[in-house]
Design a protein around this ligand. Structure first.
Ligand code: KG4
Ligand code: ZN
Length: 346
């Protein structure tokens, strides 16, 4: 079965083809991706209207590229999947509209996928896929969640951020430091030459006996520190502040992930979402998991941020699990706000 998947929930247009045979792991046959990062950079963040318009421009050429890489004709597609939510409404509608239009023309069914389900299943496309059950740490620009994952579609929320997401904390702190958008990779680069112990920054909720996160106070602390340093802040101090910010975010993510593993008794951790590309997070999680006798799984680096492959994969795994409610009506709606635990069984 060949599945064409569309991702357009935010600032990446992704299209991919995934194929599977009964009882076998799905394989990625071809994919194409366009990131709008450069376009939004000038505005310091994603401009929703510009995002939608760019998805419109990119989506069909990317579809042709993904199909060409897969060596398939569009008629070879059996199912068209798309990100139904959560995300920017206008951006989601582009992917959903193109997916359903194409499916209608081909007389094929469609399947709407939850964006975060795509992220958390994405390690199944890696050379060393995880096994169920596992704890998933979802860390993206819009979400920070710990989930217990027992099977495809069986997701239990263990904890989540009560304010900013981890990626947002990276992005907002980077903006305060005058770094570009998206801030995560830029802040991580600056942090390489700084000391993570130079500034004492808050680690909210770290010692609370729950699995929730809070990152809004960190951004305020970065702002206050920068004000205190004033215009005379040296490049060394800025690097130290970047490193201290990264250290605070990473420590909270690692400590809460370990607590989730201990509380559930599980010994497998899957890390997904853009922040999962962070090198310090990877090395600290690796060390902590080794101490606990747990194994950590990541998607391949190019599948950490938004892409079409994870959407086609999630559709494939839903079909294999008998959970795909396929629609032949080609009427569609998007869900800009959508709870993953609720989406799991739907
Ligand atoms: O999953 P994603 O591509 O998009 C969302 O669904 O939000 O995640 C984007 C987020 C941004 O906040 C970005 O700054 C962050 O992931 N990010 C990083 C790194 N690469 C991307 N944060 C820290 N270190 C990185 N290397
Ligand atoms: Zn994402």
């Amino acid at each position: 079965m060949n599945i064409l998947g569309f991702e357009s929930s935010c600032d990446e247009t992704g299209v991919a083809v995934v194929s599977f045979d009964a009882g076998e792991m799905p394989r990625l046959l071809g994919q194409a991706l366009h990131s709008q990062v450069q376009m939004h950079e000038a505005y310091g963040g994603v401009v929703p209207e510009l995002a939608s318009r760019d998805h419109v421009r990119r989506v069909l050429p990317l579809t042709e590229a993904a199909l060409a890489e897969a060596g398939l004709h569009v008629r070879d597609i059996d199912l068209v999947a798309f990100t139904r939510g959560p995300g920017l409404a206008g951006a989601l509608l582009v992917g959903a509209g193109v997916a359903c239009g194409l499916a209608a023309a081909l007389c094929r069914p469609t399947l709407g996928i939850h964006h975060l389900e795509g992220h958390l299943l994405s390690p199944f496309l890696s050379a060393d896929p995880p096994q169920f059950p596992f704890v998933a740490l979802l860390v993206s620009g819009g979400h920070t969640q710990l989930m217990r994952v027992d099977a495809v579609g069986r997701y239990e929320l263990l904890g989540e951020t009560i304010d900013d997401a981890a990626g947002e904390a990276f992005d907002k702190s980077a903006k305060l430091l005058g770094l570009g958008y998206p801030g995560g990779p830029a802040l991580a680069r600056l942090a390489e030459s700084g000391s993570g112990n130079a500034f004492e920054l808050p680690r909210p909720l770290l010692h609370q006996p729950n699995l929730d996160f809070s990152f809004a106070g960190l951004k305020t602390a970065v702002m206050t520190t920068l004000k205190r340093l004033g215009a005379e802040a040296t490049p060394e101090q800025r690097a130290d502040l970047a490193a201290s910010t990264q250290a605070a975010i990473v420590e909270v993510l690692v400590r809460k992930s370990m607590r989730a593993l201990r509380e559930t008794g599980l010994r497998r951790l899957v890390v997904a979402g853009g922040v999962g590309a962070n090198a310090m997070l990877r090395s600290e999680l690796g060390a902590a998991c080794t101490r606990l006798g747990a194994k950590v799984h990541y998607p391949e680096l190019h599948l950490c941020t938004d892409n079409g492959a994870m959407i086609a994969l999630a559709a494939a795994m839903r079909c294999q699990a008998g959970l795909a409610v396929l629609s032949n009506e080609h009427r569609f709606s998007v869900r800009p706000r959508w709870d993953l635990a609720e989406a799991g069984q739907s």
